[in-house]
Write a new protein. Structure first.
Length: 243
């Protein structure tokens, strides 16, 4: 799964890289190198006022189930729905409607993963994973808008994950689905409702080829730590050499 990630770009940088032509927030989110579930995050989606454009929006991380009936339950449920598995997203009640009609891109500077006992590193050792060229990652996501009986609205999003590929599988069994630039428009198109076609957009050859991973301090385990130093590489012991 992807449970923490980093984003320090301001909204103007993101709008330029993701070619946003429509609406955008009134101000940038604070830089955070340790974004956690329920935190506000950036997403790129179809502009809600003009479907011919895209917009940059801020949503809450963790999709709210459409059947929930009060805001306390909705908030509590979010941490359990930060990730959606690509293999079953079209079937799960929490995710299937959003997958069919309200998809988004979630920009990330990099993300963290913790080694599992199945890999070759010490369990729970955190790693930071980013693009080789340092550019923003374009993660496939879904979003929804939930309204409480009181009228309160929560707009929320989830990251889509897939089975880890190549050397990333030595760290963890899952990785985010990354959406290539030439598929952005098809992915974001709300009129693209063919489930099999949407699923095919997530199939990418060598999806980990643009990534690099290295170990970082366990300071990232605490959500109170949000500084850039969290992404600094550390040395592992001799038995724990990197790929």
């Amino acid at each position: 799964m992807c449970g923490r990630y980093a984003q320090s770009a301001d909204m103007r940088e993101l709008m330029e890289q993701f070619e946003v032509t429509g609406a955008y927030p009134s101000q940038s989110l604070p830089a955070n190198w340790n974004i956690a579930p329920t935190n506000p995050i950036y997403v790129i989606r179809t502009d809600q006022s003009d479907a011919s454009k895209t917009e940059l929006a801020t949503l809450s991380w963790g999709l709210v189930g459409p059947w929930l009936t009060n805001i306390a339950e909705a908030r509590a449920s979010q941490s359990r729905a930060i990730n959606a598995r690509s293999e079953s997203i079209h079937e799960k009640p929490t995710f299937r409607s959003a997958f069919k009609s309200t998809r988004c891109l979630i920009p990330a500077q990099g993300y963290y993963e913790w080694a599992t006992a199945l890999g070759k590193f010490a369990p729970k050792q955190p790693f930071y994973i980013q693009a080789h060229d340092g550019k923003q990652l374009s993660i496939a996501g879904i979003w929804s808008s939930w309204r409480a009986p009181s009228g309160d609205v929560i707009q929320s999003a989830s990251i889509i994950t897939q089975e880890a590929q190549a050397a990333l599988a030595d760290i963890h069994s899952r990785m985010p689905v990354f959406m290539p630039r030439d598929r952005w428009s098809l992915w974001l198109d709300p009129n693209n409702n063919d489930v099999e076609h949407i699923k095919s957009l997530m199939q990418v050859d060598s999806p980990a080829s643009h990534l690099e991973a290295y170990p970082v301090s366990r300071s990232v385990n605490s959500v109170s730590n949000i500084g850039k130093k969290l992404t600094q590489e550390i040395a592992l012991g001799a038995p724990e050499t990197l790929f």
